[in-house]
Design a protein around this ligand. Sequence first.
Ligand SMILES: NC(=O)c1ccc[n+]([C@@H]2O[C@H](COP(=O)([O-])OP(=O)(O)OC[C@H]3O[C@@H](n4cnc5c(N)ncnc54)[C@H](O)[C@@H]3O)[C@@H](O)[C@H]2O)c1
Length: 332
Amino acid sequence: MILLTGGCGYLGSHCAVELLNNGYEIIIIDNFSNSDKNIHKHIEYIAKKKVKLIECDIRDRKKLDDIFFNNKIESVFHFAGLKSISDSFNKPKDYYSVNIIGTAVLLELMVKYCVSKIIFSSSATIYSDYSKLPWHEKIELKIPESPYAQSKVIIEKLLKNFSLNHNFLKVAILRYFNPVGAHHSGLIGENSTNSTNLFPEIIKYLNNEIPHINIYGNNFDTHDGYGVRDYIHVSDLINGHIEALNFILKHNKTYNYDVWNLGSGKGRSVLEIINAFEKKLNRKLKYVIKPRRKGDLGQYWADINKAKRELGWDPKKTLNEIVEDSLMNLKE
Ligand SMILES: NC(=O)c1ccc[n+]([C@@H]2O[C@H](COP(=O)([O-])OP(=O)(O)OC[C@H]3O[C@@H](n4cnc5c(N)ncnc54)[C@H](O)[C@@H]3O)[C@@H](O)[C@H]2O)c1
């Protein structure tokens, strides 16, 4: 059985569906700080399978211990965490507590119950002050500026130490670039309410929830002045998780710890994304340029050759498909 922490969130819910479609039995834990209990029903509806869901904060050692004690968990997909760079400057303690302490509690219990495999959601933000592109896994990590990215660097170090100290533990770290898009059913997607990221912002505007799209900076040192990011379709990203699990299972005897970037390998500017939506919708979108946000970089994209070579993974979705699937999250 696979335990999904944060399994009702944006990425966790897509992963839950994909694991169920691949025949895995799963159990989801979530504290619903950034998700809705209804997502559980949507996961069951899409996958046409029953799923065990337990409301639990990953820092609640006692409750989590009971979950490990009562379920035959073999692997953990660890999505639970707080995820906004800008928010993390306002609430650093929350980010350290949920992300770092929560992961430490989880690892402690994995060791106690001899649960051997963990796939962890890391982030490209950990490369933050590295200017040479594309970003690859061998870049030496420094302590980044944002408490969010700091928490990811510390967790990666924690995972490495645990894997060195416990031979049976197998750790796969996946460094996501910018996951976007949604399941084509439109029933699961990114909870847009408290996100200022570009895609949720576009969807909120198209749902008439905001008067215009906010764009943070158009004076970056990039080809058109707008921020450039590596957008990856959520289904490609989640396939990377299945491939990482397959890789661990295949190399079970020798595998201990590794890190892979998951991105599209292409940089696209905010303006290019706006233009892609305008082309698909055949109308102009209204946007307003705001000052840059603290911690935002001009441009970055991933070197994905390691994941391609070692995991046999290859992102397939085009920008057009990303835009089409994102529009599935529009309200009627
Ligand atoms: N979405 C992105 O752009 C992105 C990029 C890089 C890395 N990541 C990482 O991927 C992971 C998942 O991201 P997401 O986009 O699905 O975020 P999300 O906020 O949609 O999902 C996270 C889930 O974890 C739950 N959660 C939060 N704190 C918890 C706690 N203490 N105990 C139990 N559950 C808790 C939330 O309620 C939510 O359901 C996060 O660790 C995030 O940092 C996301």
